[in-house]
Design a protein around this ligand. Structure first.
Ligand code: ATP
Length: 564
């Protein structure tokens, strides 16, 4: 066994590697994930490298080079890994080193040595250099040589992209213990908190990142997570929000400086405008006003302006609305209704923006908890969710052999069959022709599953018929009753306003059950008044249902068996 894959020699961290920002975290002895600040004091480290006379700058220091040294500054490269040049969209690199084709991969031409001529550096090599810097920062902080990691990737990262990232990490001296998908890492970050209730739930992770939006609908059943639907969109991201502010400030600048040029039409001015607009956007997440201030924005003219949050919300509203549409679309894609969603984790750096979280919350019923800094006092920093989840996962698996980790994450094991409908019971006694549906196993629960439930029997007891049935979730929509038209009277004006109000009243949407197939049924005889029945069900992976019904405290039981 090589030294790197010997679990005893591992020092493992979590890494979130985004197109815009990366983070590193480790889990302390008490199982608490801690996000590590690099030598610049940053926990959100720009995924940027820049070269100045052969010296490599990284993170925030590299980002400032976008003004003076854009050609030798490499940004937004993660998604290019494992892709050929024809498949990539180079647009986000317009104001930095341009991607070029290089054999079957993508590269950047930069002057990364003291020599005059440019080198062609592949995206794999850039990634290795970036990961080396992250590894170094983590090692310096921990005082030990970090050599392994769990790294987060989007749910649509292809095998070729993962292979390329795995190789690049290896070159950086990092053994990738596992790739974990970003939304699952976010769910894990919440579920691993001390005191978290691990109830079965459906969670939407809505990630508004720097260059893309990623939405995932995740079912959590008995501690197993399954991704039910995903959506990815490059047209809705931090870039559009920054652009809205850039356009606003450029117009303000032009209004006040009629003879000056448009800062959007000069590379250096554009870079300054972009950096300051992003800073203003971040400031507006905390404060209700922010100042924009750039020396020599264009044609040597300094520019200072201020903006309040309401104005920014207005400028950003169409992009935020587009993000909300993606979230509701993902729920539809999972064939669910907003009422089915227990929790929404609003993730990604732009989720600090209060309007993003409130707009998402407005599209869902009050029963859905929205986890974001502005909607929940106990929310985790949305920029840190991925990396915290990765660090927690690293601490859980670092002691295992790589082979065992690979086996446990093999698709055969993780993509288990699921129940498409809920399964529960109807209790029927006396003349009652139907009963109330009690869910025992939720839809989307991975199989096999075994559950026990105690059911109250109706009314007077006696002989009770129990049916094990499929429950088909149905949304009952009640339209508000139209108010009867009143005779015209002297209070005409008031009547009108009443009518307007009733028109505005929203329809009522409730989750109800329709009864599907009967899977098994049994009569439990002579149940005591107020008695309870215990139902044990066991559903195998090939959908054989085995049920036992017995009165709590009574003798014997009735068995039912059905093959699916
Ligand atoms: P991607 O891969 O989509 O580029 P990422 O995972 O690299 O994204 P994130 O850290 O999730 O990046 O998000 C970065 C985005 O979040 C940037 O647009 C940044 O401006 C924005 N952002 C970061 N912090 C804040 C904040 N406090 N308020 C508003 N926006 C913020």
């Amino acid at each position: 066994m090589s030294a790197e894959s010997d679990p005893a020699q591992r020092v493992a961290i979590g890494i979130s590697f985004g197109n815009s920002y990366s983070s590193i975290a480790y889990t302390s002895g008490e199982g608490k994930a801690e996000v590590i600040a690099n030598e610049d004091g940053d926990r959100q480290i720009p995924s940027i490298l820049s070269y100045v006379e052969g010296e490599e700058l990284h993170g925030s220091q590299a980002k400032t080079q976008l003004v003076r040294n854009a050609k030798n500054t490499v940004t937004t490269f993660r998604d290019f890994l494992g892709q050929d040049f024809k498949s990539i969209d180079p647009t986000p690199c317009h104001q930095s080193a341009h991607p070029v084709p290089s054999e079957s991969t993508v590269a950047f031409k930069v002057r990364d040595t003291e020599a005059e001529e440019e080198s062609t550096v592949t995206v794999s090599e850039i990634t290795t250099r970036h990961l080396k810097r992250l590894r170094q920062s983590a090692s310096d902080y921990l005082g030990k040589d970090v050599n392994a990691a769990v790294i987060t990737v989007p749910t649509n990262f292809s095998d070729a992209q993962k292979d390329a990232l795995n190789k690049a990490a290896k070159e950086a001296g990092i053994e990738v213990l596992q790739f974990i998908s970003e939304p699952v890492a976010a769910v894990l970050a919440y579920d691993a908190r001390p005191g978290a209730q691990l109830a079965d739930k459906i969670i939407v992770v809505a990630d508004l990142g720097g260059t893309r939006s990623d939405i995932a609908v995740v079912a959590s059943r008995g501690g197993i997570y399954s991704v039910l639907a995903t959506i990815h969109d490059y047209e809705v991201s931090g870039i559009q929000l920054d652009q809205a502010l850039m356009d606003h400030f450029a117009k303000e600048f032009l209004k006040k400086n009629k003879s000056a040029g448009d800062p959007r039409e000069n590379d250096r001015s554009l870079a300054k405008l972009k950096l300051e607009s992003e800073a203003v956007k971040k400031a507006l997440s905390i404060g209700t006003t922010a100042n924009f201030s750039v020396e020599s924005l264009a044609d040597g003219v300094d520019f200072t302006a201020s903006i309040n949050r309401t104005r920014y919300d207005l400028l950003a509203s169409k992009h935020i609305a587009a993000f909300v549409r993606l979230v509701t679309h993902a729920v539809e894609k999972a064939q669910l209704d907003p009422l089915d969603i227990t929790e929404i984790i609003v993730a990604g750096g732009n989720s600090h923006t209060p309007k993003v979280a409130s707009a998402v919350a407005n599209a869902f019923p009050e029963t859905t908890t929205v986890l974001a800094p502005s909607t929940s006092p106990t929310a985790i920093n949305p920029s840190e969710l991925s990396v915290r989840g990765a660090a927690i996962q690293a601490s859980l698996i670092q002691e295992f052999d790589l082979e065992d980790i690979e086996q446990s994450s093999h698709p055969m094991v993780t993509v288990t069959p699921h129940l498409s409908h809920a399964v529960g019971v109807l209790c029927i006694s006396g003349e009652e022709s139907s009963g109330i549906f009690h869910t025992i196993v939720d839809a989307e629960t991975p199989l096999p599953v075994r559950r026990t439930a105690i059911i109250s029997t109706p009314r007077e007891g006696g002989d009770v018929l129990i049916k094990l049935v499929e429950g088909l979730r149905h949304i009952k929509v009640t339209k508000p009753e139209p108010k009867p038209k009143k005779e015209k009277s002297e209070d005409d004006d008031e009547d009108d306003s009443d009518e307007d109000e009733s028109e505005e009243e929203e329809e009522l949407r409730e989750k109800t059950w329709k009864i599907g197939n009967v899977l098994s049924e049994a009569a439990v005889k002579g149940v005591k008044k107020g008695g309870k029945v215990e139902v044990q069900i066991n559903i195998t992976a090939d959908l054989n249902v085995n049920a036992i019904f017995r009165e709590v405290g009574g003798k014997g039981g009735v068995r039912g068996l059905l093959s699916g």
